[in-house]
Ligand binder design. Structure first.
Ligand SMILES: [Zn+2]
Ligand SMILES: [Zn+2]
Length: 181
C-alpha cells in the first residue's frame, strides 16, 4: 500500500465521481445511480436519496476535476478551501468493519460535504508526500477522464472506462497492419 487505506479509497472514489461526468456522459442521472455509487465506494453515514443530495454531489464534480488540472499552488488553495469551507476537524474513528481512519466532518454531514472533505484530505496526503503526479488525465485520444495512479511504478496511463483495453486493441491492430504490409 502506498498511502493509508482511507486515502486510497478516497482518491479512487473522487476520480470515479469526476468520471461520472466524463467520456461516457452523465453517469449519475438519477438518485438510483447515486445509490449505486454510494454502495460501490462503500460509503456509510447519512444518505438522503433525494434530488437535492444528487444535485450537490453532481455540483462537486467540476470542483474536484479542477484539482487534476491545477498546478501545486492552486491545488493547495483548492484543498485548503474545501477543508475550510466545511470546517474540517480530523478525528480518528472506527466504524463498521473499518479500522481506525480519519473523518474530518461528522457522519451526519451531507454526503456531498463528506465526499468533498474526504477528497481534500486525500489530496492533502498527495501534496505532503510529493505524489501529485499520480493525478493524471487518461492518455487515450479524446478521453478526458481523470486517473489516479496507485501503481507502484507509476505506470497507469488510462482511465477505468475501458481505455486500457481500447489502447491495447488499437496497438494490436497496428501491429497486424504493419505485419501485413
Ligand atoms: Zn469512515
Ligand atoms: Zn479514458
Amino acid at each position: 500500500m502506498l498511502f493509508a487505506h482511507d486515502t486510497e479509497c478516497s482518491l479512487i472514489a473522487a476520480a470515479a465521481l469526476v468520471n461520472t461526468a466524463g467520456r461516457d456522459g452523465e453517469l449519475l442521472p438519477d438518485v438510483a445511480a447515486l445509490d449505486a455509487f454510494f454502495v460501490r465506494h462503500a460509503y456509510s453515514g447519512r444518505h438522503e436519496h433525494t434530488d437535492d443530495e444528487l444535485r450537490a454531489v453532481r455540483e462537486l464534480r467540476p470542483r474536484l476535476r479542477r484539482i487534476w488540472y491545477a498546478e501545486p499552488p492552486e491545488i493547495v488553495a483548492l484543498v485548503n478551501g474545501l477543508l475550510l469551507e466545511h470546517r474540517a476537524l480530523p478525528q480518528l474513528i472506527e466504524h463498521d468493519d473499518e479500522p481506525y481512519h480519519l473523518h474530518a466532518v461528522p457522519r451526519d454531514a451531507p454526503l456531498a460535504t463528506r465526499i468533498a472533505v474526504e477528497a481534500a484530505m486525500a489530496m492533502a496526503d498527495l501534496v505532503r508526500t510529493g505524489e501529485l503526479r499520480r493525478l493524471r488525465i487518461c492518455e487515450y485520444p479524446d478521453c478526458d477522464n481523470v486517473v489516479v495512479d496507485l501503481s507502484r511504478n507509476r505506470s497507469r496511463r488510462f482511465c477505468e472506462a475501458g481505455c486500457g483495453n481500447r489502447a491495447a486493441v488499437t496497438a494490436y491492430r497496428a501491429r497486424r497492419a504493419a505485419g501485413r504490409s
